[in-house]
Design a protein around this ligand. Structure first.
Ligand code: MTE
Length: 313
């Protein structure tokens, strides 16, 4: 596992004990940490050893330089806490993220309400370094910590008739100063087709840079779907519902001609008000070309075989 963190933050400052322990357990299980009396690898040696893992699994850990921790945690979209990029970091501390439950129900054999503590026990937490592309034209590279959403969905045994998954996120009118404004039909809702939700890249995410998620990034639990525009990656999830009907989503309701259900990153399909052909990576000046499916075409292209991506934007 490639451990990267901002140079100015010590691991003890940024890593919650629980995430840190899970990471160590995972490394040990993968034979990447020496056990017992043998010397532990230094972080640099570990990173070098893991370079092969990175190359072997490019979809799960792109080799692009990760965006700085500070930028990831201070340049955010979380409209419940304000529309400006710096407002979530300033205001989201008001949200209480414990106790927290996520109800998973709808078309499944075993609907259940999970305490966040039980979700954390479902699978080993992995580090995934993903490219993220916002519909507004900027991008980041984020080392997320989480596990595939499919592992949570499997717990409730989806019925054969389920075709879609709807995500509903927290709505706390006292803590969220942004919901005074009816910019969106709160609570924020998003949705995926079931096969997209079950795809191994779709990450149920609880941390980044080895630290528990900060509230502005969607604590305590969010999803991350790296081949879609960022708004598909719903933050602070409280309810996941399996359904046979395409869910209506907050941005689609607000402007259906601008934000389609699929919202796959696609340089050939412009937003009605701007081009999507290029992007600015936060921390860089020159613009980059945007890649189809955000560079994950090899992994997810088959999900859309035969579909007209201009119509199904
Ligand atoms: N989830 C909720 N509940 N509310 C939001 O406003 N914004 C979305 C998405 N998830 C949003 C949300 C958008 S537009 C983006 S680009 C990403 O979160 C940003 O995630 P980040 O701030 O962690 O980079």
């Amino acid at each position: 596992m490639l451990i990267r963190r901002p140079a100015d933050i010590a691991p003890s400052e940024i890593t919650s004990p629980a995430l840190y322990k899970r990471r160590r357990d995972f490394l040990r299980a993968s034979g990447l940490l020496a056990i017992g009396g043998a010397a532990l690898l230094s972080e640099d040696a570990l990173a070098a050893k893991l370079a092969g893992v990175v190359q072997g699994a490019p979809a799960f850990r792109v080799s692009d330089t990760p965006t700085k921790f500070k930028d990831i945690t201070t340049y955010n979209n979380y409209y419940e806490f304000g529309v400006n990029k710096d407002e979530p970091a300033e205001n989201a501390g008001a949200l209480k993220t414990r106790p927290w439950t996520v109800t998973v129900d709808g078309m499944c054999a075993k609907p259940r309400t999970f305490a966040i503590e039980d979700i954390l026990k479902l699978a080993p937490i992995e580090e995934r370094i993903y490219r993220m592309r916002c519909v507004e034209g900027w991008s980041m590279v984020i080392p997320w910590d989480g596990f595939p959403l499919s592992k949570l969905l499997a717990q409730v045994e989806p019925l054969g008739s389920a075709k879609f998954v709807e995500f509903t996120t927290a709505l706390d009118r006292k803590a969220m100063n942004g919901v005074r404004y009816e910019i969106l039909d709160w609570p924020y809702r998003e949705g995926l087709r079931l096969d997209e939700a079950m795809h191994p890249l779709t990450l149920l995410t609880v941390g980044l840079y080895g630290q528990d998620l900060l509230n502005q990034n969607g604590a305590p639990v969010r999803i991350v779907v790296p081949w879609k525009y960022g708004f598909k990656s719903a933050k602070s999830i409280v309810h996941i519902r399996l359904t046979d009907t395409m869910p209506s989503t907050a941005w689609n309701k607000a402007a259906a001609n601008e934000y389609g259900f699929y919202s796959n990153v696609n340089p050939d399909v412009d937003h009605p008000r701007w081009s999507q052909a290029t992007e600015r990576r936060i921390g860089e000046f020159a613009k980059r070309k945007t890649l189809l499916f955000n560079g994950y075409a090899d992994q997810v292209g088959s999900l859309y075989a035969g579909m007209d991506l201009k119509k199904n934007f």
